[in-house]
Design a protein around this ligand. Sequence first.
Ligand code: MN
Length: 342
Amino acid sequence: MGQVKSVEFKMKEFEYFKPFHITNSISYGSQNIEVIVELDNGIIGYGEASPSFRVNGEKVAAVMGLENAVNEMIVGMDVRNYRQIFDITDKLFGAPSIKAAVQYATLDAFSEETGVPVYQILGGAKTKIETDQTMSIGTIEERISEAKSIVGKGHNIIKIKIGENLEEDIKSMIAIHEATKGCKYIVDANMGYTPKQAVRFVTEVYRAGVDISVFEQPVGMYDIEGLKYVRWNSPFPVAADESAKTKYDVMRLIKEEAVDYINIKLMKSGISDALAIVEMVKAANLKLMIGCMGESSLGINQSVQFALGTGAFDFHDLDSSLMLKEQVFRGKYKVDVPYYYV
Ligand code: MN
């Protein structure tokens, strides 16, 4: 039997090795919620929610308050029929990080019961992926030194945060490229630019000979017209992150021809919408990357299993667990920076 007996939420705090600075936000740590699904046969499945107020409007205390509601929703349901649990937990659209963690813990329990790893339950498309590493906004000197240190750790893909100062961002991007030739760059403005500033940024760095693999969320999350303007005026592919949370958001972005890439994060979509988004984006002949919030290795495990299972992503930005201090590694995958594998 694989019936859910109980669901427990546990608050966990993690500190970053160094403060993480993106447009209009500096984080010193991450408050996550471990979700424990216990079955009537004693099997336990684990998930992790990393709530984001900035992106999802989620406050940890509010999300913690859903424990009883989640128990009422899924106690007695069989994890082998996980689509039934996905359908009922889709109602947690106001707390997508909890939806993700509960849905993943369901798959993890199913996996423990059957002995089939989650990445194989989800399709087993790959056994190895490569992650980038993200660098904060800083002075030009700080940015060059951080980029070099990321390359020094073995990474080939650097994610560069911009969006607070256009002129400094252009100079920094050109300088980082000079200092790390041969690397690929994902550049993320986290909604910091106007559409015209975004086009100015890509035009200037393109003229300086810099190639950008993905230009993420240049403008505000509701500015779909702005995203579209940047897409059709940029030599580089443009991605939606904050604009693309649910499958309905992605349907609109596809219809509007607003972007080249969707950045899926389980914390925005849960497993159920993420699975739908993968198929929608493939059908539209667009591209996918996968990202994270502030998950520890327990939560990054969810995205690693999802990425391996679906095999759908050109870029993997699954680095929060590399940036947080953690006592014990809890992923069901192996790490050999920059690779994650099973
Ligand atoms: Mn982003």
